[in-house]
Design a binder for this molecule. Structure first.
Ligand SMILES: Nc1ncnc2c1ncn2[C@@H]1O[C@H](COP(=O)(O)OP(=O)(O)OP(=O)(O)O)[C@@H](O)[C@H]1O
Ligand SMILES: [Mg+2]
Length: 292
């Protein structure tokens, strides 16, 4: 573990370019549980890595951390270890397939919002170290939106809202849009429609949600893309391998890659000044306090 931390640190220090990156914080969330957030987060991260991005995933599922199970790895440390001991952020970063870096959720994430000053200061310093290290940091949130997870979501640069075409999932997704909008009307939200039987069904689902958001909230919600309902997702879960790696040519993997392309397209639009600048880790804890 310590070796890994040393290596990460050395690599960070050796490559001056890494320190100059603008880091985007992306919250992956949903209304209804079980719609595919964790699978999406994991495979989307791997897709971004295929395009040369440096990605770190935070598993924010309280008590039910399952990102590690999807990757078939057993994490030795989790986020709270950062606070309990003198560990640095580099000590708690675990590695998954293709050297994907992730921070395991463990249990009791809520404690993060109930820290003494020394702990908060330590956490703040350590999280800041990721600023400029990763291109994208993905927060995979758990099922249902608690006060704590809403705080975290509102502190990110953008939200990817996952839903399926089922009416219950759509209704719950709209409730999340409303909740986020009422706290921060400027938060960029993009839809990911998972488990679609056809592109037409994906488009209809996205249209329903964006029309309702437009009519009742005056809000433009854009769509990042669709991922097919694909039995190889479940096969990959059983094999504890990300589907993008286990079944690179399956429909879900093709969907993830086109979402990655769409995301990178929007990201480069942002680099040219058409979307707001990410505030990254530096602003995250300051914003968390604001939303509490
Ligand atoms: N595109 C897909 N095609 C087929 N099945 C899928 C797809 N995406 C997800 N699933 C199924 O849904 C299950 C739940 O997915 P996942 O754990 O990613 O959901 P989640 O939203 O993270 O759940 P939770 O709300 O509990 O965190 C998977 O184990 C898989 O069987
Ligand atoms: Mg999950």
């Amino acid at each position: 573990m310590h070796d890994q931390a040393e290596k990460l640190r050395a690599r960070f220090q050796q490559n001056p370019l890494l320190g100059g990156k603008r880091t985007r914080l992306v919250a992956v969330t949903s209304g209804k549980g079980g719609v595919g957030k964790s699978n999406f987060s994991l495979n989307f991260a791997l897709g971004l890595m295929e395009k040369g991005q440096k990605v770190v995933i935070f598993d924010m599922d309280i008590g039910l951390a399952n990102m590690d199970v999807l990757m078939g790895v057993s994490p030795k440390r989790h986020l709270l270890n950062l606070l309990e001991t003198n560990n640095s952020i580099w000590d708690i970063i675990e590695k998954g397939p293709n050297d994907l870096e992730f921070i395991a959720g463990g249990s009791g994430f809520t404690q993060i919002l109930d820290l003494d000053d020394a702990q908060l200061f330590h956490l703040y310093d350590e999280l800041q170290a990721l600023q400029g290290y990763a291109d994208t940091i993905i927060f995979d949130t758990g099922a249902g939106i608690s006060k704590e997870s809403l705080t975290f979501i509102l502190s990110c640069d953008e939200v990817l809202l996952v839903t399926t075409p089922e009416p219950t999932a759509i209704t719950d997704a709209y409730a999340v849009i409303k909740m986020i909008h009422s706290r921060n009307p400027h938060m960029p939200i993009q839809l990911v429609i998972n488990r679609v039987s056809s592109p037409k069904e994906g488009k209809q689902t996205a249209d329903k949600l964006s029309m309702v958001a437009k009519r009742f909230l005056g809000l433009e919600v854009s769509t990042l893309g669709f991922v097919s309902d694909d039995t190889n997702v479940s096969n990959a879960v059983k094999r504890q391998r990300p589907f993008l790696l286990a079944y690179p040519q399956t429909r879900a993997s093709i969907g993830i890659r086109s979402l990655v392309d769409a995301y990178i397209g929007k990201h480069s639009a942002f680099d040219h000044g058409s979307t707001p600048e990410p505030t990254g880790m530096r602003g995250l804890l300051a914003k968390m306090k604001k939303w509490l």
